[in-house]
Design a protein around this ligand. Structure first.
Ligand SMILES: Nc1ncnc2c1ncn2[C@@H]1O[C@H](COP(=O)(O)OP(=O)(O)OP(=O)(O)O)[C@@H](O)[C@H]1O
Length: 622
């Protein structure tokens, strides 16, 4: 029987993978940017309430820090107008009011200390809030990625998906910790300085705002371009991370085929694409900064000229003009800085959009939740009724399949490659919902069974059971987190594998390495079978591994498989003759349809697809 490499399955507890019938639209949802910038920020903030928790106190501290900053210009104005000019006018000879000046200087000193303390407290609070918000966003995004349909996950490469939970959120973090602080401080500074400037001279304030108005309009126009440019940066970064992670995971294949140069070229292409996107976005962003400097210089010059004229006309005093110029600095600094923050803000918003796009993609096999039916204990019967399934945009690959499997029966599914075997078992375990037709377990519609019950009672064992870094015991406990060492030992003994485990350097405590790389392919299958046994499922769906193993491991696998499926309902995609022979019945699929069904002996004796498959099987192993 021919086989082809299968898509990698990333199992959950008890080897399960969560997958669904993602529609075409859902499959592309991950690549869509939807909301406007303010809506994106608002949604992002709402999703992680930690960002805004206690924000009022942080804003209050920011206002205090800003208010502290305006004490100096006000004191300077008072010292000039009251402490020097007025005092000299009332005294016989020109001399400053030393007491008044001393009080003003002391007020300045106190305000500087208060400003520093408030700024420190505000920074700490903001940093803490953003870190907690980002941590919860990261966890939420990760969980959601995990819950997404396998199909939806497959619509984007794994590395790119990971980048949404890592690099994109890092970008938000960079902005929140620097830009966020600056935005709060700047807004307060702008408000307070504008108020005070208007108090001293509304005419000069008007001049300042008129100078800055074109800058605002330019920034608004640029923002749209920047937004697009930074979304491209985030996408290119995702592509780059995907290419790198793929190359790291596939290092062995790359070496075997001596394709290091080709891989390096591919990676450097993605690195350069990211660099180009970054440079373009940054070039757009930095055009604002010199523009802001220019506007600031123009505003200062205009204030000096008009201020002198107003001073001569008696509308402003010398102190007020000097204070105004101080305040203008307070006004201009955040304006210039804000244009720099704009870059980071756009990059962060682009990151936020990508994270929100993940969160907006619905896991499309809906869990009926706590109101769902729970499967009663005991062996499970399966009844598939006119099942049909087509992948998005494709032809039906499972067609009108009707299948009844009595409780406790062992069924082997066989068929040519691409005949729909894997698709059928995904439908039987509700990793996907059928396009039409129903599956019933013990008479209960699969769609109405609560996941908490379904995932415990029905376990899918994929060809390559994913093993995590850790010991054999750690990996076995994925199926049963509370299992004691005795329970592990018993489960191993029940499958007749105690002798094998004893050959491992540290028994169940043997470290397996990343993805179980310290074990052979056959041993990894043994570990997967023990894990499935420990899960205690009543319906086992197995995709038999195709990798060739040595005779001793083959015997162990056969024995473990036989014991595992005993007294359980078992549906196995059979790649070994012995598995089909041992099954109660064999179901033959061809082009997504059941074309033959019956005990091995009966089918093999009659001419037909199974007899042909069997013959080619025998030839292959001869
Ligand atoms: N995620 C997918 N998206 C689109 N088409 C798919 C997807 N997975 C499988 N198919 C197609 O569905 C058909 C049935 O595939 P399936 O994996 O169920 O066959 P199979 O009998 O299990 O094959 P094999 O023995 O080689 O694993 C094939 O034509 C395959 O190309």
């Amino acid at each position: 029987m021919t086989t082809r490499p299968r898509p990698e399955a990333e199992p959950n507890v008890g080897e399960q993978t969560e997958s669904t019938t993602a529609t075409g639209a859902q499959a592309v949802a991950l690549s869509q940017a939807i909301d406007s910038a303010p809506r994106t920020i608002l949604r992002g903030l709402r999703l992680s309430p930690e960002f805004t928790r206690g924000l009022w106190l942080t804003v209050l501290l920011a206002l205090c820090a800003t208010a502290g900053k305006v004490v100096v210009p006000v004191a300077v104005q008072q010292v000039i107008d009251v402490g020097i000019v007025e005092a000299s006018a009332t005294a016989t000879q020109p001399q400053p009011d030393i007491r008044f000046v001393t009080i003003a200087v002391a007020a300045c000193a106190v305000s500087v200390v208060v400003t520093a303390a408030c700024t420190y407290a505000m920074n700490v609070r903001l940093y803490r809030a953003t870190e907690s918000g980002l941590a919860s966003l990261r966890i939420r995004a990760f969980r959601h990625v995990h819950d997404l349909a396998t199909l939806t996950q497959n619509s984007e490469r794994k590395g790119a998906l990971v980048s949404r939970v890592t690099a994109d959120i890092d970008q938000i973090s960079n902005f929140m910790q620097w830009g966020g602080i600056l935005l709060i401080v700047s807004s307060g500074q702008l408000l307070i300085s504008t108020g005070l400037m208007a108090y001293y001279s509304w005419q000069l304030t008007l001049v300042v705002w008129v100078c800055f108005l074109p800058l605002f309009l330019a920034v608004r126009a640029l923002q749209r371009w920047l937004s697009r440019a930074y979304l491209r940066v985030r996408e290119r970064t995702g592509d780059m991370l995907a290419a790198i992670s793929e190359a790291v995971l596939g290092a062995a294949v790359i070496k075997v085929h001596a394709s290091e140069d080709r891989t390096t070229r591919r990676i450097s292409d993605t690195v350069h694409a990211t660099r180009r996107a970054q440079t373009r976005a940054h070039r757009l962003g930095v055009t604002v900064s010199p523009l802001a400097e220019l506007v600031a210089a123009t505003a200062s010059a205009a204030v000096v000229v008009l201020g002198v004229l107003l001073g001569v006309a008696g509308s402003v005093t010398a102190g007020q003009l000097v204070a105004f110029l101080f305040l203008l600095t307070l006004f201009v600094t955040p304006m210039v800085m804000a244009t720099e923050v704009l870059n980071q803000a756009q990059d962060a918003i682009a990151g936020w959009r990508r994270v929100l796009a993940v969160l907006d993609t619905p896991p499309d096999v809906a869990d009926p939740g706590p109101h769902g039916t729970r499967l009663p204990q005991g062996a499970i019967s399966v009844h598939a009724d006119h099942l049909t399934y087509a992948y998005p945009g494709g032809e039906a690959v499972v067609q009108d399949v009707c299948l009844t499997i009595p409780a406790g029966h062992r069924i082997a599914i066989v068929g040519e490659t691409g005949s729909g075997k894997s698709t059928l078992v995904k439908l039987l375990t509700r990793l996907m919902d059928p396009t039409s037709g129903t599956v019933r377990l013990n008479g209960v519609d699969l769609r109405s069974i609560a996941f908490s019950s379904l995932r415990r009672r029905v376990v899918l064992v994929p060809q390559e059971g994913f093993l995590f870094e850790g010991s054999l015991a750690d990996n076995l406990r994925f199926a049963h987190p509370d299992a004691s060492t005795t329970e592990l030992t018993e489960a191993i003994a029940e499958l007749g594998l105690s002798e094998w485990v004893a050959t491992l350097p540290d028994g169940v405590d043997t470290q397996l390495g990343q993805r179980g790389e310290f074990l052979s392919a056959g041993e990894r299958q043994l570990a997967a079978l023990i894990r499935a046994h420990l899960a205690g499922a009543d319906l086992l769906v197995l995709d038999e591994a195709t990798s060739a193993v040595d005779p001793a491991t083959e015997t162990r696998l056969q024995q473990a498989f036989d014991r595992l499926t005993r007294k359980r309902t078992a549906v196995t995609i059979a790649h070994r003759m012995s598995t089909a022979e041992a099954a109660d019945e064999v179901v033959v699929l061809d082009g997504g349809r059941v074309v033959q069904r019956g005990p091995h002996a009966e089918l093999v004796a009659a001419p037909g697809p199974y007899a042909d498959l069997y013959a080619s099987w025998v030839r292959g192993t001869a």
